[in-house]
Write a protein that binds this ligand. Structure first.
Ligand code: THU
Length: 142
C-alpha cells in the first residue's frame, strides 16, 4: 500500500525549497520509486523564464540520475507563496508527458495536495488519456 500521506508531507516539505522569485508560485513534489525511495523536487525558475523547471520534472530528473526507472506515485503540492486557502495544482502537460516516459499510465498515481490532510489521487491515464509513450516507438507494435 502506498503511504499517500507520507508522500504528501514530503512534497510539502520540498515546496519550501522552491525557487520561484518570478511567479511566487511554490511547488514541491515527492516521487515514490518502486524500491521505496522518495525523490523530492521543487520548481526552479530562471530570469530567462523558459529555462524554468517544474517540481515534478525536478524530481524525475533527480531520480533518473540515480538510475531509477520505475515509479508508483508522485505527490504535488503547489500554491502561491502567501496563499492561505490553497487550491492545489495539477501537473502541467509537459510534466504529464515526462511521467509517461517512466510510468505505467494504468497504475501510476498523481496525488494533488492542498494540505497535509486534503489531497486527491488521480491516475496518469485519467490526466493524460491516450498518452504517447515509449511503447508507441517499439518496432513490434507496428
Ligand atoms: N509549476 C510546477 O512546478 N508544477 C506544476 O504542476 C505547475 C507549475 C511551476 C512552474 C513555475 O515555476 C510556476 O509553477 C508557475 O507556473
Amino acid at each position: 500500500m502506498i503511504d499517500q500521506k507520507a508522500l504528501v508531507k514530503a512534497a510539502i516539505a520540498a515546496r519550501e525549497n522552491s525557487y520561484s522569485p518570478y511567479s511566487k508560485f511554490m511547488v514541491g513534489a515527492a516521487l515514490l520509486a518502486k524500491n521505496g525511495t522518495i525523490y523530492r523536487g521543487a520548481n526552479i525558475e530562471n530570469a530567462g523564464y523558459s529555462p524554468t523547471i517544474c517540481a515534478e520534472r525536478s524530481a524525475f530528473v533527480t531520480a533518473a540520475t540515480d538510475g531509477e526507472r520505475a515509479f508508483d506515485a508522485i505527490a504535488v503540492a503547489g500554491w502561491g507563496k502567501d496563499d492561505l486557502d490553497p487550491a492545489g495544482a495539477f501537473p502541467c502537460g509537459v510534466c504529464r508527458q515526462f511521467m509517461m516516459e517512466f510510468c505505467d499510465p494504468a497504475t501510476f498515481l498523481i496525488i494533488v495536495a492542498k494540505s497535509e490532510d486534503d489531497y486527491t489521487a488521480y491516475g496518469l491515464e485519467e490526466l493524460l488519456p491516450h498518452g504517447f509513450g515509449p511503447l508507441d516507438l517499439k518496432e513490434e507494435k507496428k
